[in-house]
Ligand binder design. Structure first.
Ligand code: PLP
Length: 352
């Protein structure tokens, strides 16, 4: 007999396929990461911190929250830093929901929402995205009941790259004032679409963001939540005082002081690599979902063979199933050189 709550013992762990990933051996197009190293100033800041013998001291966050708030154009009292946006998602769900509540999580989507919702033993309602119709707006609105305590809106969604229009997000938040409306802006820098300016007007709106993707720092784990002060204060009652490690704060402080590294990368990915790969896929008549993010979900006739071929060339991509169980390959966009490498590899693959 388990000492844990029965639904916890019955759950599965969230296990991303990390085995064998080595960026010195592979071109990693499987986790939507930045595919280039970070700014030298970020590396130097970490080295300086270590050499300054500060590792034995507990974390103190200084003005990092203010710096992030300035970057986002909100007040610092509207921001809480977290151990990756995964922690923000977890804290919001834990703090807003209890066993038996309903959670609307359009899918297929990022696994962490389900993981956290299952820990709380929520009833998950999953309207589905489609390539043709995008975000299932009406199904989400129709699913709202007086038991709804959570609505997840990933903007854009992972794995499909589908955006949710600002008016739609606000309409949904208004239609379910009793529910935490969690808007995941993990890929914000690629889209520049945000509702963080609306958190004061919409008391149930919570935005999560991260330094893991565009900023290239998933290893140090820093995310943040933006919401009205009352919500941030409540979430701070749950977050631990040292949940964010000091190396993350040092690295992100330096990254924010060198934003051109991020901006230039985003520009190349969105303005060069994305149209390049889309044109290539069109020419090869390989179907893919329209995307606004740094990844493209492609649906070749033979995804397993294609993945094997790509892997044999030292490139990793991520297989993902659509709502009908059909397998596609989610391919992260890198810079122009990396996209050319991928195209060369795909050119030597027999499509049918
Ligand atoms: C939509 C989405 N949200 C959140 C995350 C997690 O980000 P973090 O590394 O900040 O926990 C990911 C990572 O893949 C993601 O795709």
């Amino acid at each position: 007999m388990s000492i844990f709550k029965s639904h916890i013992s019955q759950m599965g762990a969230y296990k991303p396929p990390l085995e064998g990933r080595d960026n010195h051996q592979h071109l990693l197009l499987d986790f939507n990461e930045r595919v280039l190293p970070v700014a030298p100033a970020v590396k130097q800041a970490l080295i300086d911190f270590i050499n300054d013998d500060q590792l034995q001291v507990y974390p103190a966050y200084g003005n990092i929250t203010q710096k992030i708030a300035d970057y986002c154009g909100v007040k610092s009292e509207q921001v809480m830093i977290t151990n990756g946006s995964d922690q923000g998602i977890d804290l919001i769900i834990r703090s807003a929901c209890q066993e038996g509540d309903e959670a609307i999580i359009p899918g297929p989507t990022f696994a962490m929402y389900h993981q956290c919702a299952k820990v709380e033993n929520l009833n998950i309602i999953e309207p589905t995205y489609s390539r043709e119709n995008g975000f299932p707006k009406q199904a989400v609105i129709d699913a709202i009941t007086n038991k709804t305590r959570l609505i997840v809106l990933a903007n854009p969604n992972n794995p499909c790259g589908t955006p949710v229009a600002r008016e739609t997000i606000l309409e949904i938040a208004k239609a379910a004032p009793q529910a935490a409306t969690l808007v995941d802006e993990c890929y914000f820098e690629y889209t520049r679409q945000t509702v963080c300016d609306a958190v004061e007007e919409y008391p149930n709106l919570l935005v999560t963001r991260t330094f893991s993707k565009t900023w290239g720092l998933p290893s140090v784990r820093l995310g943040y939540v933006i919401s009205r002060k009352e919500n941030i204060d409540a979430l701070l009652n749950v977050r631990g005082p040292y949940d964010v490690n000091q190396l993350a704060v040092v690295a992100i402080d330096a990254a924010l002081s060198n934003p051109e590294y991020t901006q230039e990368y985003v520009k190349e990915v969105i303005e060069v690599s994305k149209p390049m790969l889309e044109a290539f896929l069109d020419k090869k008549a390989i179907k893919y979902w329209p995307t606004v993010a740094n990844y493209i979900w492609v649906f070749p006739d033979n995804p397993d063979a294609m993945e094997k071929h790509i892997r044999a060339s030292g490139i990793l991509v991520r297989p993902k199933l659509d709502a009908n169980g059909r397998k596609g390959l989610r391919i992260t966009l890198g810079n122009k050189r990396q996209t050319l490498k991928l195209e060369q590899c795909l050119s030597s693959f027999e499509i049918n």
